[in-house]
Ligand binder design. Structure first.
Ligand code: PGA
Length: 261
């Protein structure tokens, strides 16, 4: 894969003003970065339009969620046509917090993924096992089920627009436990195998990003995995003082891998 994807979901953080300050600074940082590093930002809905107006770099902008219907009596929801109008580059679907606090399940996600693909908004599909599933030794099975239900009915052609974020639920957020890089690499290999089983050779083109307590100490170890195509970072990316050194490390990693090729 030519690109290394590095992005952050701001969750319910940053006002418009705070987001703009961050974004302006990140755009300056991004201008000097290796173009193989594809940055993306997923702010809250309120910041999408103001940030979209400011983009003058190759940073992609994504939404944190989306309903599957184009319109209707769904108070509080945002539709694919509304996101399309803003011109977002991607939509994050199925983050574990959406699943945990808003009862989203794989069938709902399947409808959302189908809708996003119909509207040409590339989905970043989040999957990950719970701690109980890991302890019972069924992480692989859980990931297979999530992939097979979420991506049911997606064609070989459409899957080229899909990105996967593997985020073990037990590794995410405050209180999350850092996964070992060995474990992460094994799960990414498994996800790749399932994608190839479902979509043939095209399954090799789907970027698989890792997320969950990614920080400066573990980022490059995770990226060493053959099937780790990027990082999806929460807390360590919300403050540019912490994020910039991680981006510098990733750039060095990309450049060293190019030299090694
Ligand atoms: P974290 O969040 O990096 O703060 O663990 C990751 C995520 O929720 O995507």
């Amino acid at each position: 894969m030519d690109k290394v994807y590095v992005g952050t979901n701001w969750k319910m953080h940053k006002t418009i003003e705070e987001g703009q300050v961050y974004f302006r600074e990140l755009q300056e940082i991004a201008k000097n970065k290796d173009l193989s590093m594809q940055l993306f930002i997923i702010p809250s809905y309120t910041s999408l339009i103001p940030l979209k107006r400011e983009i003058d770099s190759n940073i992609l902008l994504g939404a944190q969620n989306m309903h599957w219907e184009d319109e209707g009596a769904f108070t509080g929801e945002v539709s694919p046509t509304m996101l399309k109008e803003i011109g977002v580059d991607l939509v994050e679907l199925g983050h574990s917090e959406r699943r945990q606090f808003y009862n989203e399940n794989d069938q709902d996600l399947n409808k959302k993924i189908q809708a996003s693909l119909k509207h040409n908004i590339p989905p970043l599909v989040c999957i990950g096992e719970h701690i109980e599933q890991k302890e019972f030794g069924i992480s692989r099975e859980s990931l297979s089920i999530q992939l097979k239900v979420c991506l049911k009915g997606v064609s070989q052609e459409q899957v080229e627009d899909v990105m996967i974020a593997y985020e073990p639920v037990w590794a995410i957020g405050e209180g999350g436990v850092e996964a070992t890089s060995e474990y992460v690499h094994q799960m990414h290999n498994h996800i790749r195998n399932v994608l190839v089983e479902m979509f043939g050779h095209v399954g090799n083109n789907v970027p698989i990003l890792f997320g969950g307590s990614v920080n400066r100490k573990n980022a490059i170890d995770y990226l060493q995995g053959e099937n780790v195509n990027g990082l999806f970072i929460g807390r360590s990316a919300w403050d540019l003082q912490k994020f910039e050194p991680i981006l510098d490390d990733i750039e060095r990693f990309i450049q060293n891998s190019k030299v090694a090729k």
